[in-house]
Design a binder for this molecule. Sequence first.
Ligand code: ATP
Ligand code: PRP
Ligand code: MG
Length: 288
Amino acid sequence: MRIAIPNKGRLQQPTIELLSAAGIKLFSVDERALIVSTNWKDVEVIMVRPEDIPYIIEGGGASLGITGHDYVVESGAEVEEVLKLDFGKAKIVFAVPQTLGIKSVEELAKSGKEVRIATKYYNIALKYVRSRNLRAKIVKISGAAEVMPYLGAADAVIDVMSTGTTLKIHGLEPIDTVLETQAVVVARKDWILSKDANLIKIVITMLKGVIEGRNKKMLFMNVPSESLDKVLETLPAMLAPAVTRLSKGDAWEVITVVDEDSIPEVVSKVLELGARDIVVVDIEKVIK
Ligand SMILES: Nc1ncnc2c1ncn2[C@@H]1O[C@H](COP(=O)(O)OP(=O)(O)OP(=O)(O)O)[C@@H](O)[C@H]1O
Ligand SMILES: O=P(O)(O)OC[C@H]1O[C@H](OP(=O)(O)OP(=O)(O)O)[C@H](O)[C@@H]1O
Ligand SMILES: [Mg+2]
């Protein structure tokens, strides 16, 4: 089977790292190679432009693809988003020059003036202006939208924002969120009927395992008998914490899996309750 991944840009490196963590390592012979074999003998990776990936999947050129949700929406391709990947997170925003002093889209719509909007997201922009009753002309460009108002070639932009620095540098102010995006895994809608369905399922399971594992940690701790019940009561777990008697003394080893974000709170609570020797361990995959 084939997996289509970005051949450039922000999503490429995290995608290669994700595949590797899932166990799929790329054998790259040449940096310019568009088709790369992997250590999984039935899995081949193709490197293509991220905006083309939805069409490639829809057309049957690859079984799975990794690209941005924004590109899936923009393409209008009939594909299924099977997994969110937690990277490439950004917002597509509508931004206008700060000097205009406009604070909302409603204000702009009411003015009745035609706005020229520069964007690489033509279809998303078209749908957006209709939904907001804006009189607009969409100026389709393929990048660097932020500079268009400065050049006088557009009055506003619909573009990607993460920290907001790029917009600010160019004197633009976001006044509305058009779409939230992140990297996703896409497949054909009927992938389950494909001859590769089993392998596709395995790859999705491994990728999901890595994503689930990234936000979780394993905790080991020693707990004296008198504290055990209280510690077990407070500890989160996937099902329930595991408990084993220690080889010496009146104490127990308690093992559980918790969300990374909750570690400071959980650790301070169990310490207070008498737990000791707490060990926090990274998790490679969580397969449910
Ligand atoms: N600053 C950002 N933070 C997080 N995600 C981003 C950011 N900029 C773009 N993205 C996301 O990454 C993907 C962009 O991939 P793409 O390779 O097309 O753009 P790029 O990495 O900016 O390269 P280029 O602009 O040169 O085409 C999109 O899905 C987009 O939403
Ligand atoms: O809100 P910010 O954190 O500033 O991020 C937004 C910028 O990030 C992306 O560009 P990127 O950094 O990928 O550079 P590029 O212009 O080469 O695409 C995007 O096209 C914006 O220009
Ligand atoms: Mg970019």
